[in-house]
Ligand binder design. Structure first.
Ligand code: ATP
Ligand code: MG
Length: 563
């Protein structure tokens, strides 16, 4: 990948530096990104990906992709494939590719080892009984009546659990730690549950599945991960992580926790994202309004923009809410550099230039990107009939309206001065056409007499324009902090009913050659757009607005600094 992004230091890199100084891992740095394949990745995962892969790159280390596939009923190969695609698209390549399910046999053998050491037992309590006897933060838990089974009995029962002799949920294997531990995670946590479900990789080979806490650290250990970076909710699981490693006497990685990303006006839990898809609130995991990597990609986000965002937010130990405007700011910064400026009229109004010769077509020279001279220029046809934005004309203009009005004059972008002489309406009184004249001496946008106009508007030549569908997006939710819901409040009530607006537009002919995933475009005055890869047809392009041009981040930043 191109790593133009600045690498800032942070508390995680400080810890790694310290380990390298003391030689704890012999100077090795080996991280992993461990998604559960139970949904598509979202922008929160991008933060974790940039962190884990970024650290490996920076220290000349390695980073694995590991699928944490211990929940067969919720997982699917569709998700596995999408995750690999998304990580690659973000610009990263894993060193090792692993699945927790590859370790099922080893994890089973380790469980046997714990049983033999008197550190694990088969428990017949129901999940409900286990929950009830767990105690609270202030009260100790109660020991299971099955806690003192003999090693021989435990070995026998555990083997029969594996053999499928018992019903789902009827027994578990639990660690024998301390029901009075102040950390609830150490109160005889469940290591294995019975679940007769088909697994997307191991099929029906297993009917007992390891719990996350039991599988995760040992998987890290097997892969000789040095720094196992996870989000803050696992901080009080760390003693358990370390307990397993120590009890088994195996290689010990270091778990480090950081604050997860929360963004305004969206949700990030996979459970909610799945509901949005299943209940049809969006068109799929890759709906451009979704905070998923697939959605953002389809909308026109770039890997560079996302990586820059992740670099700017950095990592901390404190949960907070990040403004989506910052994400948009980072994206705009990137799109500005790489987008050709083109003309597209989203709500067309027909303009006939009565003094322009019928049948004449001029090719006007347009600079593709003022930010990038190497982007060159192109020819744009100009003719007698044009489309302009409805918004750029007012019959009764308010005081500060400087665009086109009856009798008023504006500049057509890099073309001519245009004056409106007559407004044509249909029987219902709707404006259907403007009859105008142009000043032939103003070619290029300036007149010899130095006459000034206050506005420049964009246009397309009607005869040459390509009809397109344009999709404009707004926030998916109207509520800023979607984690701050009242008790029992349904998060769906905050869905924004106006998150998608579809318009018929006319775009300049050069856009007929747009390709999915190709260059993004800046539609002058309208924002950055990308061709929709799914719904576009030859000759019938569909464009997604990635982001508007208006940068509201600077204002927010100023306000925050003023606080
Ligand atoms: P969710 O709660 O949305 O289902 P998860 O944490 O269960 O997410 P995993 O697939 O287990 O999802 O996550 C893979 C990795 O990505 C983990 O290391 C996890 O900590 C990290 N991750 C998930 N969500 C975020 C987030 N919002 N910000 C930063 N890292 C995240
Ligand atoms: Mg998870």
């Amino acid at each position: 990948m191109s790593s133009g992004e600045a690498v800032r230091t942070d508390f995680i890199r400080d810890i790694i530096d310290e380990h390298n100084r003391t030689g704890r891992f012999g100077g090795r740095v080996h991280t992993r990104f461990p998604p559960e394949p139970n949904g598509y990745l979202h922008i929160g995962h991008a933060k974790s990906i940039c962190l884990n892969f970024g650290i490996a790159q920076q220290y000349g280390g390695q980073c694995n992709l590991r699928f944490d596939d211990t929940n067969p009923t919720k997982e699917d190969v569709e998700y596995v494939d999408s995750i690999m695609e998304d990580v690659r698209w973000l610009g990263f390549q894993w060193d090792g590719l692993y699945y927790a399910s590859d370790y099922f046999e080893q994890l089973y053998q380790w469980a046997v080892q714990l049983i033999k050491a008197g550190l694990a037992y088969v428990c017949d309590q129901t999940p409900e009984e286990v929950r009830r006897s767990r105690g609270t933060l202030t009260a100790p838990g109660q020991e299971s009546p099955y806690r003192n089974r003999t090693v021989a009995e435990n070995l026998d029962l555990f083997e029969r659990m594996r053999a499928g002799e018992f019903a789902d949920g009827s027994r578990t294997l639990r660690a024998r730690i301390d029901m009075g531990a102040s950390n609830l995670n150490l109160r005889d946590p469940v290591l294995y549950r019975i679940l007769k479900a088909e697994h997307h990789r191991t099929g029906n080979k297993w009917c007992i599945y390891p719990m996350y806490d039991y599988a995760h650290g040992q998987s890290d250990s097997l892969e000789r991960i040095t720094h196992s970076i996870c989000t803050l909710e696992f901080e009080n699981h760390r003693p358990l992580y370390d307990w397993f490693i120590e009890a088994l006497g195996i290689y010990a990685p270091q778990q480090i926790e950081f604050a997860r990303l929360n963004l305004t006006y969206t949700v990030m839990s996979k459970r909610r994202l799945l509901s949005l898809v299943q209940e049809g609130h969006v068109s799929g995991w890759d709906d451009p309004r979704m905070p998923t990597i697939a959605g953002l990609r389809r909308r026109g986000y770039t890997p560079e923009g996302l990586r820059q965002f992740c670099a700017v937010i950095g990592v901390t130990k404190f949960n907070s809410l990040t403004e989506v405007e910052l994400l948009e700011h980072c994206l705009r910064d990137d799109l500005n550099k790489r987008s050709p400026r083109v003309m597209a009229v989203l709500n067309p109004l027909r303009v006939v230039i009565t003094n322009y010769p019928e049948g004449q077509v001029e090719q006007l020279e347009f600079i593709n990107n003022p930010e990038d001279p190497s982007a060159g220029s192109r020819q744009v046809p100009f003719s007698r009939v044009l489309y302009i934005e409805q918004d750029d004309f007012r019959e009764q203009a308010p005081k500060k309206f400087f665009r086109l009005t009856p009798g008023g004059e504006v500049r057509l972008r890099w073309a001519y001065y245009l004056k409106c002489n007559e407004v044509v309406k249909d029987e219902a009184g709707n404006i259907v056409e403007l009859r105008c004249t142009y000043d032939p001496a103003s070619r290029g946008g300036w007149t010899p007499d130095g006459r000034k106009v206050k506005a420049t508007i964009h246009w397309v030549s009607a005869e040459h324009a390509v009809a397109a569908e344009v999709r404009l997006y707004d926030r998916l939710f109207t509520k800023e902090d979607m984690n701050d819901l009242a008790e029992g409040e349904d998060w769906r009530t905050h869905l924004n009913p106006r998150s998608l607006t579809v318009t018929r537009a006319y775009v300049e002919p050069s856009l007929a050659e747009a390709t999915p995933g190709g260059v993004p475009f800046q539609f002058e005055r309208q924002g950055y757009f990308q061709l929709d890869p799914k719904d576009s047809r030859p000759g019938q392009p569909v464009f997604n607005r990635t982001v508007t041009l208006k940068d509201s981040w600077a204002k927010i930043e100023k306000k925050e600094q003023g606080d």
